[in-house]
Design a protein around this ligand. Structure first.
Ligand code: ZN
Length: 289
């Protein structure tokens, strides 16, 4: 009798944005210019959907509200393929650059745009560029008030742009009842190593990312990973950037699809809300009690 494979213990998440919306472009492409930029997001997202379909895997898509408003059919297509929808802000500005009022407006507008586009709930939040920090209590409060059941914005590694090096590696529950589900890391000789996707997958050999995810699993994590549709697009228009930003954005674009397919075949993927159903389900029951 054929054996039923065990369910995946990994979640791939997609920050659904176009190449010109990333933080390293913010000083070069202003938000007023977004409309005029050659768009790639539809073709790149459809390519990702094909990869997930071919590997029989499902993911969580954290969608930029600006994209959801302009491409509602694309967002509905993502939901119809069985993926989870989440929110990735409206204007893709770092949380720590905003006031509380600005963050509240941006978040509510984004959540409404994503949910209106697909007609389904977007229960999770992902901050642009992992810019949510534990020392911004008002931001966590805004997310809880907006009705999010979880956040997945902390990347607990040392990084020049993030601020979560000391945050827990394991998911944890906030006083509001909302869950924080951080990016996966691998602990090794007292260090936390980044293994969760994006630029790290593009830069590192596939063997390193496989080792890192296996190690995170052995250490009791259910790893959450991330990538962007533009990271599968080596032919995207080149924007003139400072050398460090150019390296960060363009390194390894041609290699990611092969690596992603291999990782999906080996580890599989479930949407975050299914991978963490025990935690998030408990929250739902308590809220309704
Ligand atoms: Zn982003």
């Amino acid at each position: 009798m054929a054996q039923v494979p065990p369910p995946p213990l990994v979640s791939i998440s997609v920050d659904l944005e176009d190449y010109f919306q990333v933080e390293v472009m913010a000083g070069v492409v202003s938000r007023r210019d977004w409309e005029a930029m050659p768009a790639r997001v539809e073709a790149n997202t459809e390519r990702l959907l094909d990869i997930f379909a071919a590997t029989r895997t499902r993911a969580t898509f954290f969608v930029v509200g600006w994209i959801a408003q302009r491409y509602p059919r694309l967002i509905a297509q993502v939901a119809a393929a069985g993926h989870e929808l989440g929110c990735h802000s409206y204007w893709h500005r770092p949380v720590f650059h905003l006031t509380e009022a600005e963050f509240r407006d941006d978040t509510r507008r984004a959540k409404a745009a994503v949910e209106d586009a697909a007609g389904v709930e977007a229960p999770g939040y992902r901050a642009p560029n992992f810019s949510l920090r534990l020392d911004l209590p008002w931001a966590w409060q805004v997310l809880a008030e907006a009705g999010f059941r979880y956040d997945s914005s902390l990347h607990p590694i040392r990084h020049p742009f993030y601020g979560a090096a000391g945050a827990p590696r394991q998911p944890f529950r906030l006083d509001s009842g909302m869950w924080e589900i951080p990016m996966a890391t691998a602990a090794c000789f007292g260090q936390r190593l980044p293994v969760a996707g994006g630029g790290y997958w593009r830069l590192a050999p596939l063997a390193y990312s496989r080792w890192g995810l296996q190690r995170a699993l052995c250490q009791g994590l259910r790893p959450v990973c991330y990538l962007h549709p533009w990271e599968l697009d080596p032919a995207q228009p080149r924007v003139r950037l400072p050398p460090a930003s150019r390296f960060r954005h363009y390194v390894g674009l041609a290699s990611l699809e092969r690596k992603l397919r291999a990782l999906l075949r080996e580890f599989g993927s479930l949407p975050i809300r299914e991978l963490y159903a025990a935690e998030l389900g408990a929250l739902r029951m308590e809220v309704s009690a």
